[in-house]
Design a protein around this ligand. Sequence first.
Ligand code: FAD
Ligand code: NAI
Length: 501
Amino acid sequence: TRFVRGVGYTTLFTVVSGTAAIMFYVYRERVPGAQLPFDKEKKTIVVLGTGWGATSLLKNIDTEDYNVVVVSPRNYFLFTPLLPSAAVGTLGIRSILQPIRYITRFKTRSVAVVEAQAEAVDPVNKTVTFSDTSDVKGLTSSTTIGYDYLVYAVGAETQTFGIPGVKENAVFMKELQDAENMQRRFMDCLETAAFPGQSKEEIERLLHVVVVGGGPTGIELSGELHDFLHEDLQSWYPELASSIKITLVEALPSVLPSFSKQLIDYTEKSFRERKMDVLVKTMVKEIKPTSVVLQMPDGTMQERPCGMVVWAGGNKGRQVTMDLMAQLPEEQTNKRGIMVDDYLRMVGAPSIFSIGDCTASSYAPTAQVASQQGAYLATVFKNLAKKEKLEAKLKVEGEGKGREVRANDAEVEATKKQLQRYEKALRPFHYTHQGSLAYIGSDKAISDLPFMNGNFASGGVMTYLFWRSVYLSSLFSFRNRMMVADDWIKTKMFGRDLSRE
Ligand code: FAD
Ligand code: NAI
């Protein structure tokens, strides 16, 4: 009985403390407190974007010393690594979004969030012009504001290389709307294939999905599509499932060029075993409404009928970024994006800090890089505020010097020393690579992790569990972690939703 009672108490303790912890986290995320108001005496930081870089900055920045204004066409943060999962319904789309006010409302000083798109930045007069690009507009829908510091984190857009038909006939995989479009289009293809009297050729065309780009986005999306087919469509569309075909097209000699060779081989083999067609050294030349034109490795052209093309061909700079760079032609000479110094200041415009995919650096355009840069900038601003306070103090002390020479000399020296300390504390940005992970379908993932000056490559089901735990813990809020975990359980129990919105 003592043992049974012991187990009972332990269980009770675990349940009570678990519930208390959950209630604490929920309360902490649900109930924002009072905030300091905007202060005209403080400097203003304007943050462009609510993606990985900007959100990491907003999470970490101390707003006590600054007025912060966030301008972004999205009033939420999108957790991109799980976008392919949301596109096939493994996760609910809202589970991977976090409204940005869930972060800014918890800052010491009130942060202004403006849902708008920056149209122009003037680095000389230090102003940003932005417009409300949403469907509903008020009497004012465009304005210009000044900044003391600008955090430029607008990301990138999908690169189409000017290939005919990409914009018109393919779906992308970058934004929330892309995932929704893909889901709708795929379900439409399925239901159209189920229409009575459809010919065999037409069914095969409608159910042929072509994924362009063997980078991590294309691979993860293909893996997710395959799961959808095997775990759900075979049950609910038994007459059509065998006609569904996925083709992955990559122009380079292999998929996933940034992963280690053994993982590339593992992924390609695993795809082929699951009857997914992997075409490497094959270039998409045109996308028509009902087919895709391919240049094969031997140079010949082939036209393959298909119902849906998903374009995951990489990134390019946004027009607003190109326009900003064009104002500094001497300094901004890299066509890939904004050039920054070691402290992430835009070369030629030191009041602008630029982070993430809109920059041209030696780092890959990844969430890992952008979020580390955002966190780094938060420390830069903290140090800058301290430095500026000390400089102001030094000025006052210097001015008072004539009157109280002795007392002031000591104070001035102490302030100077403090100032030097803060100047030293401003270290250049240093990126720490924590490894690369990608989901490849069928409950398998691959990972390349830095290990003892080398690399540890792994693939399979255990890596998949690791992948899930990493992404779950990387989500920015407890709320999102709960929602994603809940979706994973629901999908395992009940499968994915087949309704077409
Ligand atoms: P973004 O996150 O793209 O944010 C840009 C922000 O700027 C957005 O809020 C946008 O609305 C806003 N914006 C756009 N135009 C304007 C404007 N004119 N004015 C103001 N704001 C503007 N990386 C990884 O490390 N691991 C992964 O597993 C991973 N998976 C991915 C999966 C997918 C499907 C995709 C597409 C990318 C993935 N990435 C991953 C890459 C990662 O998402 C990007 O590197 C990261 O989003 C870059 O962050 P960012 O802040 O520079 O840009
Ligand atoms: P990417 O640039 O990595 O890959 C795009 C691929 O498309 C390239 O391999 C390119 O050769 C191919 N391509 C382009 N045009 C083509 C054409 N006409 N025909 C055939 N192939 C063509 O882009 P992706 O995958 O969107 O990734 C962007 C960034 O986001 C990368 O830095 C990536 O590392 C990161 N990312 C990381 C993920 C992860 O770590 N799990 C997941 C998704 C993205």
